[in-house]
Design a protein around this ligand. Structure first.
Ligand code: NCD
Length: 314
């Protein structure tokens, strides 16, 4: 199979073979990060702009390291330092960046759909690093990579996504990706944080933690996205922690011993997960972060290569 996409916008539009190709490419890149000299010349001379309109530590630094380990030049722009704070529109800002002949723009924005709109507007490749409550494809890819690495497969694995499903782009991208890869997905959380019609995405839905955990091989614990919520969706964080927070005690009662614990970060310790569980033997939270660099190297590489091939044909 050949990778032909010049952008990575979301997982809804990818097919299984494409997802497998990203995961396989990431597996071959992973070893580079454990070398003393963590650099290959693959993307030498390319320019990658990281354009983040929302706070980010992990995702931004992960993309930046991925770019650097492939020898690309990277440039960071954030809302507070860009002319957007002087009233320039995002379209104008990006047109100007485009005029500086950059190759790839990695973008995070609070509005759903922005990466798709921009990909029609500007020439550089667009990679979605999270758009509103919609998609966060590289996070879901690194989650799937981690599941495959730990359990040897994704097909047939029971994954429970727990928490604020309604506001989570991580949940949506995971559901699309995992379903295509043949995993069984359950979403679990308070009714007010489960989107209506979510069943249509091919998932099992429950507002009972015990039911959510009983068959799970993996639990992907999400943060309560307070910044995105309208008031009144949750009685209190304390009550949420009591009903849905993952603690050693609840795991002993409801889950299998080797349940894999995942979390995209940042965690709110004591709310959705106790520090003890986050640091426990079956937690792979930091391995997810390690794998994120390899997955983003794969995405940057595949997208750049597809662009080269289209140019050659022209
Ligand atoms: C997630 C995000 O930004 O969507 N975090 C991340 O990318 N590591 C999840 C979150 O903010 O809770």
């Amino acid at each position: 199979m050949e990778w032909t996409r010049g952008d990575l916008l979301g997982l809804e539009e990818l097919d299984r073979a494409e997802i497998e190709m990203i995961l396989d490419t990431a597996a071959s890149f992973k070893e580079i990060s454990s070398r003393p000299v963590k650099k290959v010349p693959t993307l030498r001379g390319r320019t990658i702009v990281l354009f983040f309109f929302e706070p980010s530590t992990r995702t931004r630094s992960s993309f930046e390291l991925a770019a650097k380990r492939l020898s690309a030049d990277s440039l960071n722009i954030s809302t507070s330092t860009s002319a957007l704070s002087k009233g320039e529109t995002i379209k104008d800002t990006l047109r100007n960046i485009e005029a500086m002949q950059v190759d790839i723009i990695v973008i995070r924005h609070s509005s759903s759909g922005i990466p798709w709109a921009l990909s029609r507007l500007v020439a550089p490749a667009i990679i979605n690093a999270g758009d509103g409550c919609h998609e966060h494809p590289t996070q879901a890819l690194l989650d799937m990579f981690t599941i495959k690495e730990k359990l040897g497969k994704i097909e047939g694995v029971n994954v429970t996504i727990l928490g604020d499903i309604a506001h989570s782009r991580v949940a949506r991208s995971n559901i699309w990706g995992l379903r295509k890869m043949g995993a069984n997905v359950t979403v679990c959380g308070p009714r007010t944080l489960l989107p209506r019609d979510i069943e249509k995405m091919g998932v099992i839905v429950t507002d009972n933690l015990k039911d959510g955990l009983k068959n799970a091989d993996v639990v992907n614990v999400l943060r309560i996205q307070r910044e995105r919520q309208k008031a009144g969706l949750l009685p209190s964080l304390r009550e949420y922690a009591q009903r849905f927070g993952i603690s050693s005690e609840k795991l002993r009662q409801f889950a299998r011993k080797d349940l894999l614990i995942m979390h995209p970060g940042p965690t709110n310790p004591g709310v959705e997960i106790t520090p003890e569980v986050a640091e426990s033997k079956t937690s792979v939270i930091l391995e997810q972060v390690t794998n994120g660099v390899a997955v983003r190297m794969a995405v940057l590489y595949l997208v750049a290569q597809a662009r080269d091939e289209t140019k050659e044909e022209e």
